[in-house]
Write a protein that binds this ligand. Structure first.
Ligand code: MN
Length: 574
């Protein structure tokens, strides 16, 4: 694409001279740098950064983000240094490109146990939400062109999209992107199911759409009669992957899911939302239990709308979402909806976090409290992601993420991978260089632990270990070594590890409460994993070291008392 055409597109999105003058030299630099490079499809490589940056322009982000999107693959593919970008285009753009380059390290390898750490690591490395948005749009375009990639790679990329990128989009409240990513990944991960579903819904969707298209003028007329003029009425198909997930929960029974196609009524004010709801209910009978007021009580992630299901003509169920233009924009674009700066012509600093609009920031804080277990920082700048700053996420050579506290050393790393690796550690390499045992790990380090059969922990290791898991294991080993031949038996006892399978109804902070119970009883948690059971239930598995003197009944009782815990089973770990 030539500059003239690109400029035209930017102007269509509302960008003015000031932004355009800044973006032009970046566009030319990127086009030139990638000029000899091709994509798998055979197209010139620059097509990809251009497409990514235009997706960002569609969200109306600032010119720095658009520029960084144009440059996002330049460091990796063309070996251009961040320093050079800094000199040419300034600190801010260089900082964003550097962020994108850093998160490129984060790869999902299909290990469910570590996926949450992977998401956290991604955010910590990105260090700015605009970096996350560039990566999301980069991924959308890569998914749109995934057919050109080798088959073996397709599935890995699609799985990573589903496990890593779609949940990040969800947490940032960019549901439109989340839906796109899921639907793009779906056919690569479940090809048979996708084909089946596509056939199943084709007809139903067409029938539904025809029905709603006939209904649209009727609704408009009813609203106008009561003085709501210019309401925007749209019907849209639910995205495929969400229908699929719904079907899985409803024994694959289409009759039990109402909303293959739903109707959205967008009006001018909150008052008109309630008025429209009344008009719809006067016209058709509402279905009991399906009326939801997310305007008075927004969802935790900030979503606002009124929902209802009515018995329309022919006793058919129709799902309605009623919202204002602003609510609609927020639901579609999430945090990006708050960043109109270039278009508005002035930079809008986002400072006041108590503003209702920044519910998403609180959502991220809650998420942090839930998963990182530490208390949320009192102040947080809107763009900076600094809530994982006390954690080090380091990688095994295979790419698994090990989540450690700040100050951790290779000894901690080794014991967190496996106690036997810790016990036999003879040395460590960080980013392929040999380091001493006392070396402080940094975010994103790749750590390889070297082991030797006859190696044993020594007392000085305790000075280097930062985590209680490592310290306890070293102490246990030293005790055992002092205890002579009885060592083998006590070691076996020590290895007795148990698992608590806990069913919880989702609540922010529940994981933290569970880990508090363990730490109050002074029981070592070896690991946790969790997976969804249904829309609002999770199963959390906590593996822990069996502790003499603490009967399981005591542990069970304490866990059961936690709010929203519905069942607990303790078994021996496999
Ligand atoms: Mn890219």
């Amino acid at each position: 694409m030539e500059w003239a055409e690109y400029e035209k597109k930017l102007r269509e999105f509302g960008y003015k001279d000031e932004a355009i003058t800044k973006i032009k030299p970046v566009f030319e630099f990127a086009s030139n740098a990638h000029k000899d490079e091709k994509r798998f499809s055979g197209e010139p490589y620059i097509v990809h950064p251009i497409a990514t940056s235009l997706k960002i322009a569609a969200l109306r982000l600032d010119s720095d983000t658009i520029s960084a999107a144009l440059l996002h693959d330049i460091v990796e593919n063309q070996n251009i240094k961040i320093e050079e970008l800094k000199k040419k285009f300034g600190e801010d753009i260089a900082f964003l490109v550097e962020g994108v380059t850093k998160v490129d390290k984060v790869r999902y390898h299909g290990i469910e146990r570590t996926v949450e750490s992977l998401r956290k690591m991604f955010l910590a490395l990105a260090s700015d939400i605009r970096v996350v948005i560039i990566k999301l749009m980069d991924r959308v375009h890569n998914m749109e062109t995934l057919e050109h990639v080798r088959t073996e790679k397709q599935k890995r990329i699609a799985l990573e999209t589903l496990e890593l990128y779609a949940p990040l989009a969800d947490r940032l409240g960019i549901w439109e992107i989340k839906a796109q990513l899921e639907d793009l990944a779906f056919p690569y991960i479940y090809p048979e199911e996708y084909k089946w579903l596509k056939n199943q819904i084709k007809e139903r969707k067409d029938v539904g759409e025809q029905y709603l298209s006939k209904l649209k003028p009727i609704i408009a007329a009813e609203l106008e009669k009561e003085g709501i003029l210019n309401a925007k009425i749209v019907y849209r198909a639910k995205h495929m992957f969400s229908i699929w997930k719904k079907l899985l929960k409803n024994e694959m029974n289409f009759d039990r899911i109402f909303d293959l196609v739903s109707m959205r009524v967008i009006v001018g004010s909150v008052e008109d939302c309630y008025k429209a709801l009344g008009i719809l209910h006067k016209t058709w009978k509402p279905m009991p239990g399906r009326i939801k007021d997310y305007i008075a009580l927004p969802k935790p992630n900030g979503y606002r709308s009124l929902h209802t299901t009515v018995f329309g003509p022919g006793k058919k169920h129709i799902d309605f979402q009623i919202r204002t233009v602003e609510m609609d924009n927020e639901a579609e674009n999430g945090i990006a909806a708050h960043w109109f700066y270039e278009v508005e012509g002035k930079k809008k600093a986002i400072k006041k976090l108590d503003d209702k609009k920044f519910l998403w920031v609180r959502q991220l804080q809650d998420w942090q409290a839930e998963y990182a277990g530490s208390s949320a920082p009192e102040t947080l700048t809107a763009l900076k992601i600094d809530f994982f700053k006390d954690r080090i996420f380091a990688l095994t050579p295979k790419g698994d993420v090990i989540d450690l506290p700040d100050g951790a050393t290779p000894i901690d790393f080794a014991y967190h991978v496996h106690s036997e690796i810790g016990d036999k550690m003879s040395g460590a390499k960080v980013n392929e260089k040999i380091v001493p045992f006392s070396h402080r790990l940094k975010l994103g380090d790749t750590v390889e632990i070297l082991t030797q059969k006859n190696k044993k922990p020594t007392a000085d290791w305790l000075d280097f270990a930062k985590t209680s898991i490592a310290k306890n294991r070293i102490r246990a080993f030293l005790r055992k070594a002092g205890g002579g031949s009885a060592g083998k038996i006590s070691d076996k006892k020590l290895n007795d590890s148990l698992e608590a399978a806990i069913t919880v109804k989702d609540r922010v902070g529940v994981l933290r409460d569970i880990s508090t119970v363990f730490s109050n009883l002074d029981i070592n948690i070896v690991g946790t994993k969790s997976g969804p059971l249904s829309r609002d239930h999770h199963r959390i598995i906590v593996s822990f070291e069996h502790k003499k003197g603490v009967p399981n009944t005591k542990l069970l009782g304490s866990i059961r008392q936690i709010k929203n815990v519905e069942a607990v089973v303790i078994t021996e770990a496999k």
